[in-house]
Design a protein around this ligand. Structure first.
Ligand code: CP
Ligand code: NVA
Length: 314
């Protein structure tokens, strides 16, 4: 069974197949067509953490394709009333997919290990693959297609979002830079795994803003304190202070450079109002693409798992 536990579940070709499908569903929608590709299909949303974009974009995407989504709250007794194995076995009797936003990557991996229904990672401590795919979709739109050789510079914490972006940069042949305090750099073992999985990756990380930002086609940031790290917020704010994307930092980047943020943003911390609301910001088209990308992903997983026919899609 095909899942999206992390981007490592996709080959380079499969990654691009999902993106191409998403592009075509987006074009369909703007032409007023909403094909019923997932008619009578249901998606369970199992979330251990808060969400606006991931939850609502999956729900709205299912509705647009003729299916429905079921958001599961604590009432289902997740992890309390029965084993994950029993839980997912029953869920698979009712639903066609499940999106899981989990505190730990191991939860998503365990859900998927039972191979009952396709499991989609809706963010974990380690990764955020749906976000990274929507980010690539957005960057591709800005560049008119090919991202090969372009540079994305992630400013701040080498967190779940940065780690998935690193993988998608490798997939697309982009240069990846991370600038931030060394304590929060990306673990080099991940870089090795990415190189092993996808081949080459032009990667650097450091603390020198000028050299990392000066050639960036895209600057990307995320919160300094992710969900679950609230106790470290003060220490993190002190460490990340010099790495705020503000107008002075943006001036050090080329004029064509665009700014991304996965949102939600802590305006005034990792990014300032004048940058996030500037003409160089593509933050809101980026958020919009979450839905288009995930529609493509759901249809693609439906095809891979044999319950959507490719003829219905073309
Ligand atoms: N970017 C993102 O995943 O947003 P949510 O936490 O609101 O889903
Ligand atoms: N790094 C953030 C991303 C939120 C979408 C977090 O994990 O809270």
């Amino acid at each position: 069974m095909k899942h999206l536990r992390s981007l490592f579940d996709l080959s380079i070709d499969e990654f691009h197949d999902v993106l191409n499908l998403a592009d075509s569903l987006k074009r369909n929608l703007s032409a007023g067509h909403r094909p019923d590709l997932l008619k009578n299909r249901s998606l369970a949303l199992l979330f251990e953490k808060a969400s606006l974009r991931t939850r609502v974009s999956f729900e709205a995407g299912m509705i647009q394709m003729g299916g429905a989504a079921i958001y599961l709250t604590n009432d289902v007794g997740w992890r309390e009333r029965e084993t994950i194995a029993d839980f997912v076995r029953v869920l698979g009797e009712y639903c066609d997919f499940v999106v899981c936003r989990a505190i730990s990557q191991s939860t998503v991996d365990e859900l998927a290990s039972h191979n009952v229904l396709p499991v989609i990672n809706g963010l974990t401590d380690q990764s955020h693959p749906c976000q990274a795919m929507a980010d690539v979709m957005t960057m591709r739109e800005m560049c008119g297609g090919d991202l090969k050789g372009r540079q994305v510079t992630f400013v701040g914490d080498g967190n779940n979002v940065a780690r998935s972006l690193l993988k998608s940069a490798a997939i697309c042949g982009m240069k990846f830079r991370l600038v931030g305090p060394p304590k929060y750099h990306i673990d080099l073992s991940l870089v090795e795994r990415v190189r092993k999985h996808y081949g080459e990756l032009d990667f650097q990380q450091g603390t020198d803003i000028g050299s990392m930002v000066g050639d960036a086609d895209f600057l990307y940031t995320d919160v300094w304190t992710s969900m679950g790290q609230e106790a470290e917020a003060k220490e993190r704010a002190a460490s990340f202070g010099p790495y705020q994307i503000n107008s002075a930092m943006l001036k050090r980047a080329p004029e064509h450079c665009k700014v991304l943020h996965c949102l939600p943003a802590r305006r005034g911390l990792e990014i300032t109002d004048d940058v996030i609301d500037s003409d160089q910001s593509i933050v809101f088209p980026q958020a919009a693409n979450r839905m288009h990308l995930q529609k493509g992903l759901l249809v693609w997983l439906g095809m891979q798992n044999g319950f959507v026919k490719s003829a219905e899609v073309s």
